[in-house]
Design a protein around this ligand. Structure first.
Ligand code: ATP
Ligand code: MG
Length: 893
């Protein structure tokens, strides 16, 4: 039997033998594309080539791509674990042809690989072809059908509809028909029992008749008005689910029974002491169907699959540089992790962090094929554990709230929890509906799901409206590709190649693509540049520049009146220089941190703007003041050395690595890269840098803090911003000195003030104690005996705290039965204080708390306390003596 690794290797060597360049997987987390957060198909990294903005050579490529389908167009999250063939993260094996072979080549190669090389039984294979769409005037894909007919009998070729067999990149852009290959993997018993042919079960959600490979034939371009035009270059894009292929090759009936997942599941069994049933196990017992309402052993199975799957998604995302957080991609990762925690908590009895314990097994299994995982194991474990711990605390809090809500329901004799309440638990505390339902069910309650869903929908609609972007078609003025000239120029003559209108939240702006541009589009943490576009007759402001599909897109509020005119594109040089200084400073900072803290420091994110810089890096504890200072000294030293920029463009990747350049995990690099060196600092970088370190001027760290477990953040300023900082510090210092008459020895003078202050405070406290003692004395002397109870009342000026002291003093000095009622005033605010001796609480059932609440109404206030002592504040000091009388009256002595 072939192992997973052997199968992966065989795919690569097969396509290599067919003239394909074998390329690495792109990162799973996408950093610089506003339209996509995660890679969800092998073709994502070739989008630029397909759109014609990047060189298609080499025209044949193949790889295995890490994919994540948990958001947007492809979202399989809710299926995962419940079925046995959808994952959140999976590997997609793919081969591409950019204007080389087309349908026939793709079909022949796929068939040869599956049947001749891997020896899958052709009787079990079915293929689909696009049935055509009369209303769009697209005929059936007879071409593909005819090539398939070379290999398979007619009854294994099935017509498919637009939903399954017509692929589109998005609302607009490249698209075309596709052909899927399905495998009937049912056991002989299942076939006999169902009485259906494999053909009848294709695309019918049967867990044993599943799609493994999709061959996409891109031949059209969809325009904004919905019409189709021919694509200038035909593209083959195929994707095969690796885990599904392994399952077929290993004769299994569930992806989780293969060697891809079994080691992790074994580890789960070991930790939880529970048993996972493989397909064979459950076949030999009663149930073969996987249903959502299965008994508890089925729930254990589902939970173990969920955890094994989500472990991979979360670990690989963190290794790719995406930490769990509250927004965007980070939130998606957080939700996946929480889903796993929830299943482990509810069905596997794991009340403490659990997932991170599976990590070593995952690293053992996949660390060789994906070295980024091994390299960052410590960080990944730390982040996962902290996320798990924090969500478990939230779960506890949510359960407490739910308990309270259920008590209330019981009181009101209701059996249904309000959907809005369930939604609030979900929205505010991350408490998922199924868990709410489970807990409610256990306690005999139901949840109004309809209302919950309605609230959920409302929130989704709000989010969608806020994010809705409408793009018009590009208007082409000229043919050609853009050339970036910004490393050498800040101004350049140019023409507009194309432009389009974009509407977002009802605001209209335009995107321009220039043939030559000095503008740096936002990328790699450096913000986009601003400036102007100038022609003979007008000046248009460029408010931002973004990177999209390998080119810079310039954002303007108004289209130039004559877009075809020649222009001068001018970057705002002050802002550029300030950004460049900050960017160069981050490189020096990275270097200095490694010097001071060690080689475990990895960049985890950075943000560079004209005003400041931010640098996130892996490190496990707070940096000390000495360490921060040491880092600043190294950076400033390098600034004073005025090291010139040593830049190497178009360096082959391998050569750059040999130069010792630092690459980032989770970053996508082409075959040719740019290396930026300042003396000992050497990095892969496409950013705009200072011509020499001296131009940074000066470097100062503003703050050091924690962003997540194991990740620290430094914020810093350079150059002119530091100058401003210095001035504001100087101004503060001057003001402080002025308070102390510009004393020479400022620290000494302040210290003396503090000592004096402490001394006076002590003295005041002594005086107060004496005053309390005297007042207690006087009050007691004026007190009267009523039926054997000493009654003490008085109105005095003092703080609430002193009133409390006084009341306790009176009680201590009185010795016997006592009712003491004090009205005090402090800063014009009245305060009522009641002290009752313990015997009166016990025998007379006097309650100071109740009395104070009632009497406080007379001073327009409120308060409370215990039966023997209570206080209340108020607004109306004139009501104090009436309030005192009220208390005496209520006491009924
Ligand atoms: P399905 O209908 O099974 O969800 P799909 O139509 O979404 O598949 P494609 O988008 O064509 O699949 O992706 C290509 C291949 O990737 C599929 O043939 C399948 O083998 C695999 N695949 C797709 N989604 C997943 C997933 N969530 N987990 C594992 N493999 C997947
Ligand atoms: Mg799908």
């Amino acid at each position: 039997m072939m192992t997973a690794k052997e199968i992966r290797d065989s795919f690569k060597s097969f396509f290599e033998s067919k003239g394909h360049a074998i390329v690495p997987s792109a990162p799973m987390v996408i950093k610089d594309d506003p339209t996509l957060m995660f890679t969800n198909a092998g073709m994502n990294q070739w989008k630029d080539i397909i759109l014609g903005t990047r060189d298609p050579e080499p025209r044949r490529r193949a790889d295995t791509q890490k994919c994540l389908r948990v958001s947007g167009k492809h979202n399989d999250l809710e299926e995962v674990g419940h079925d046995t063939y959808h994952h959140t993260m999976f590997e997609m094996l793919g081969n591409w042809s950019f204007g080389d072979y087309f349908k026939e080549g793709a079909i022949d190669m796929a068939w040869e690989y599956l049947v001749d090389v891997l020896k899958l039984n052709p009787d079990d294979l079915y293929v689909t072809v696009f049935e055509g769409s009369p209303e769009e005037n697209i005929p059936r894909d007879d071409e593909a059908a005819q090539y398939w007919a070379k290999h398979v009998p007619a009854d294994h070729i099935i017509n498919g509809n637009k939903h399954d067999n017509f692929w589109e990149m998005g609302d607009t852009g490249p698209c075309g028909p596709c052909s899927e290959i399905h495998v009937d993997s049912r056991t002989p018993e299942q076939r006999a029992a169902s009485g259906k042919t494999g053909r009848e079960l294709v695309n019918k959600d049967d867990p044993q008749v599943i799609e493994i490979w999709n061959l996409v034939f891109m031949q059209f371009n969809r325009k904004a008005d919905g019409s189709l035009e021919k694509l200038s270059m035909n593209v083959i894009d195929t994707g095969m689910g690796f885990e599904r292929l392994v399952r077929m090759m290993q004769g299994k009936h569930s992806n989780y029974d293969t060697d891809v997942f079994q080691p992790i599941i074994k580890k789960e069994e070991e930790i939880t002491g529970l048993k996972y049933s493989t397909f064979e196990d459950s076949e030999s017992s009663e149930s073969s169907e996987i249903s959502r309402n299965a008994g508890s052993s089925e729930q254990i199975n589902i939970a173990m699959r969920v955890c094994a799957d989500h472990l991979r998604a979360v670990a690989f995302s963190i290794a790719d540089g995406q930490l769990p957080s509250n927004a965007k991609a980070g939130y998606v990762i957080r939700r996946i992790l929480r889903r796993a925690v929830r299943y482990a908590y509810t069905f596997l009895g794991q009340k403490e962090a659990f997932l991170y314990k599976l990590l070593p097994t995952l690293v053992e299994e996949m660390g060789d094929a994906f070295p980024e995982l091994k390299a960052q194991q410590q960080l990944v474990a730390k982040v996962m554990k902290e996320e798990e711990d924090s969500f478990l605390r939230t779960l506890d809090k949510g359960i407490a709230l739910l308990d309270k809500a259920m008590v209330q329901l019981r009181k009101e004799n209701k059996t249904e929890l309000n959907g809005a309440e369930a939604f609030r638990l979900f929205d505010t505390y991350g408490f998922p509906l199924d868990l709410t339902e489970l807990i409610c069910r256990e306690n005999g309650f139901t949840v109004n799901e309809e209302q919950f869903n309605a609230d959920m929908q409302k929130q989704k609609d709000r989010a969608r409206n806020a994010a809705a972007v409408e793009n018009s078609d590009w208007v082409e003025l000229r043919q050609g590709e853009q050339q970036f000239v910004g490393y050498d120029f800040s101004e350049y003559e140019c023409n507009i190649l194309r432009y389009r209108k974009v509407t977002q939240k009802k605001t209209v702006f335009y995107e321009l693509v220039l043939d030559k541009t000095p503008f740096y589009g936002e990328m790699g943490g450096q913000v986009g540049e601003q400036g102007v576009l100038v022609s003979e007759s007008e000046t248009v402001e460029i408010i931002d520049a973004k990177r999209e599909n390998n080119q810079t897109v310039h954002i303007v509020k108004q289209l130039p009146k004559d877009p075809a005119a020649p222009f001068m594109a001018c970057v705002d040089v002050d802002k550029r220089d300030a950004s460049a200084a900050n960017h160069t400073a981050t490189h020096l900072l990275d270097y200095a941190l490694k010097q001071v803290l060690g080689d475990h420091v990895e960049q985890k994110g950075s943000f560079v703007s004209p005003d400041s810089l931010r640098f996130d890096f892996s490190h496990f504890e707070k940096m000390s003041d000495e360490q921060l200072r040491a880092v600043e000294r190294i950076v400033n030293d390098m600034i004073r050395q005025d090291i010139p920029l040593d830049e190497h463009r178009d360096t082959p990747f391998e050569e750059a690595k040999k130069m010792g350049a630092i690459a980032l995990f989770g970053e996508k690099y082409g075959d040719k890269v740019r290396v930026v060196r300042f003396g000992p600092s050497c990095e892969f970088c496409g950013g705009i840098h200072a011509k020499s370190t001296g131009r940074i001027g000066f470097f100062k760290i503003i703050s050091e803090s924690s962003v997540a477990a194991g990740v620290r953040r430094i914020e810093a300023k350079t150059g002119k911003e530091c100058e401003e900082l210095l001035y504001s510090l100087e101004d503060t210092m001057k003001a402080v000195k002025a308070f102390f008459n510009n004393a020479k020895d400022l620290q000494g003078v302040i210290l003396k003030y503090i000592e004096e202050h402490d001394h006076m405070k002590k003295e005041i406290e002594q005086f107060q104690a004496q005053a309390v003692e005297r007042s207690a004395q006087t009050l007691l002397e004026k007190g009267r005996m009523v039926n054997g109870v000493m009654v003490v009342t008085g109105v005095l000026p003092m703080t609430p705290a002193a009133a409390k002291d006084l009341a306790f003093k009176v009680r201590a000095n009185a010795g016997g039965s006592l009712l003491c009622v004090l009205g005090t005033v402090y800063q014009e605010k009245p305060q009522l204080t009641i002290m009752v001796s313990d015997d009166l609480v016990a025998d007379h059932k006097l309650n100071a708390g109740q009395m104070v609440r009632e009497a406080a109404k007379l001073i327009q206030g409120g308060g409370g306390g215990q039966p023997h002592f209570a206080q209340a504040g108020g607004k109306n000091a004139d009501g104090l003596s009436a309030a005192l009388d009220k208390v005496i009256e209520m006491a009924k002595l």
